[in-house]
Design a binder for this molecule. Structure first.
Ligand SMILES: [Zn+2]
Length: 125
């Protein structure tokens, strides 16, 4: 499941990278929460996500809950892009809409596994 979530984060990462405007960014897209420009930047949230989830970060060592949070954020982000472009995420066959459907399914599976694990643990007590 961990590997599946990490792989699923590849698509929104590429999309975010393509969408972020870096031409006038003094930080060259390295989000710094202490930098006044980053604090005021409208793309701060996306940029921070990208920095936390880029291919150089140690995703494999992050707790699975953190990976799932990143997945939820990217579902909202990609879903919003699709809606802005007038797509019907439930039916559209484009790559982004298909990604959103698949990612939602993975998220639901993860939550289900988490619930079952919790139930198994509490039954033992
Ligand atoms: Zn679409």
């Amino acid at each position: 499941m961990r590997r599946l979530i990490i792989e699923t984060l590849t698509y929104p990462r590429i999309m975010l990278l393509a969408n972020l405007e870096a031409d006038d960014c003094p930080q060259n897209r390295y989000f710094n929460p202490d930098h006044p420009r980053c604090q005021l930047c409208q793309q701060g949230e996306e940029c921070n996500w990208l920095n936390c989830n880029d291919e150089f970060s140690v995703l494999a060592r992050k707790p699975i809950d953190v990976l799932h949070e990143a997945l939820l954020y990217s579902i909202d982000y990609v879903g919003a892009q699709c809606s802005d472009d007038g797509h019907n995420v439930r039916r559209c066959a484009c790559e982004s809409c298909e990604w959103v459907r698949k990612a939602r399914q993975i998220s639901a599976e993860y939550l289900n596994i988490k619930k079952e694990t919790f139930r198994a643990l509490t039954e033992r007590i």
